[in-house]
Design a protein around this ligand. Structure first.
Ligand code: URA
Length: 484
């Protein structure tokens, strides 16, 4: 039996170094006992590690996907992770395709572990709360205590370094601590909750902010989707506000229902959405103001990971407004909607059917890019109902300010947001729908749907249907223009 002792619970490079030497020496998975240095020993502690020869021949190459997933899976807390990863690596030497086989236990563990680790990292991003500390020289520093389920501090700390690059901060977890000194990240041993002070001014600011954005409906959704699991409440300063806020909100809700019942439908909606106002958006009367204010939006958590909010673009009083789902990777970086591949499909089709693109306003149901990091790539994720609902404030504002005659929902997310109920494209496309604010809505597929169709024939068929929907839009604009 070959005993391997690892010094860190999540160091992929260390594991890989050992795994390559074991492979090169032809040592099969069931001959290896993977342990952490300092693990309580058993009989096998008496077995000395065999000195393995250095790797003198190349080990077979493995798919990139395995390397990407293994780097995340190694951060999982399951003690079996090291041996399961080696089992997979071993099997990949004779069958490069075996990662696709979902029936293999090792594969399903790999998938389960990577998503648990990503979720854990996401939770750290969402639930870390810094407290301020004045050091001896009067400099302000920040510290946070967090208890991740897995070994995710190292993979998540760069996010905080980017986001809070102007502060000096520390995040302490039971197994490790991360420090940012303004220029570089450093890691040290773990700590205890008592290492971080309990009360401070930052916390008060945070509580005020939390009270101002509190929305009990969102809390219910978050709890159901376990985005804000009760487990994390104990370390969140705002948690102590939750019970009184819920009580208050119930009263506010019943007063609101009484007040809005007598209002016309569009005001009725607006009244509900304006409670509570996001900070700094009370006085928005122009698109330019809205474009500035949306950058401060904290109505949902998508703002925490996206580069910026991407607001709509186009003439101030465009006749037609196209609404997509959310900005993609390129849009997020550039701050402009529909400039990537889906935007090119849209532009081509719009021009082809004879709609003047320069008279079109384009925007999205959700203003921040939602994605999942995978290696260096950011993989699009659809926004959930809560995020769409939270962002409806901005879409309504755009409708009020632009006052288009025709709106085109590109895809189910946009249609659902605009209609306020779950929408199915196949049932709704092909006919105008009158909205309560007097606008005419058309529903069609999202252009990225066309990009994903693999076969040429299917693609051509869907492209034709897409263009046929746009011809209806063009004709409707023409008719409505003549009426005004
Ligand atoms: N997809 C969308 O829905 N909107 C964009 O802005 C880009 C891609």
């Amino acid at each position: 039996m070959q005993v391997v002792r690892l010094t860190a619970p999540n160091d992929f490079a260390e594991w890989r170094g050992h795994a390559r030497r074991l492979l090169a020496a032809g040592i099969s998975p069931n001959q290896v006992d993977w342990r952490m240095l300092g693990d309580a020993g058993g009989l096998l502690d008496d077995v000395d590690a065999i000195a393995l020869p250095p790797v003198d021949r190349p080990v077979g190459s493995v798919p990139r996907q395995f390397l990407d997933m293994a780097q995340q899976a190694i951060c999982h807390a399951d003690p079996a992770r090291f041996s399961v990863l080696y089992k997979l690596l071993w099997a990949l030497q004779s069958n490069n395709q075996m990662l696709g086989d979902a029936t293999l236990d090792a594969n399903s563990l790999l998938t389960k572990w990577t998503s648990a680790v990503r979720r854990d990292s996401h939770k750290m991003k969402a639930f870390v709360r810094f407290k301020s500390i004045l050091d001896d020289s009067g400099l302000e520093r920040y510290a946070a205590w967090f208890e991740p389920d897995h070994y995710t501090l190292e993979m998540t700390a760069p996010f905080f370094a980017r986001r809070f690059d102007g502060m000096m901060w520390a995040i302490i977890t039971p197994y490790r601590s991360a420090y940012w000194y303004g220029e570089s990240l450093a890691f040290g041993p773990g700590g205890q909750k008592s290492d971080v002070p309990q009360d401070d001014a930052v916390e008060d600011d945070w509580k005020t902010y939390f009270a101002s954005i509190f929305n009990p409906a969102r809390l219910k959704v978050s709890m159901m989707k376990s985005e804000m699991p009760v487990k994390y409440w104990k370390n969140l300063p705002e948690a102590e506000l939750i019970a009184p806020l819920i009580r208050n909100a119930r009263q506010m809700e019943s007063e609101m229902i009484e007040r809005v019942a007598s209002l016309p439908p569009s005001r009725h909606l607006r009244q509900q959405e304006r409670l509570p106002e996001p900070l700094g958006t009370q006085e928005i009367t122009t698109l330019a103001d809205a474009r500035t204010a949306v950058q401060d939006c904290r109505r949902c958590r998508l703002c925490e990971h996206a580069t910026q909010a991407v607001f709509g673009e186009g003439p101030e009083h465009a006749d037609v407004m196209f609404v997509g789902e959310q900005p993609g990777d390129q849009e997020d970086l550039a701050g402009k909607p529909f400039i990537g591949p889906a935007g090119q499909v849209l532009n081509k089709a719009v021009e082809k059917v004879g709609i003047d693109r320069s008279r079109v306003y384009v925007t999205n149901a959700v203003k921040h890019f939602k994605f999942e990091p995978r290696g260096k790539r950011r993989i699009h994720q659809s926004p959930d109902g809560g995020e769409v609902q939270a962002c409806k404030f901005w879409l309504n504002l755009e409708q009020d300010l632009v006052r288009p005659k025709v709106i085109v929902a590109l895809g189910a997310t946009a249609a659902t947001s605009l209609l306020g109920k779950t929408a199915t494209i196949s049932k709704l496309r092909g006919a105008p729908i009158a909205l309560s604010n007097g606008t005419t809505l058309f529903v069609t597929n999202h252009p990225s749907y066309l990009l994903r169709i693999p076969d040429a024939e299917g693609k051509a068929r869907e492209q034709a249907k897409f263009e046929a929907d746009l011809i209806l839009v063009r004709d409707a604009i023409d008719v409505l223009r003549t009426q005004h």
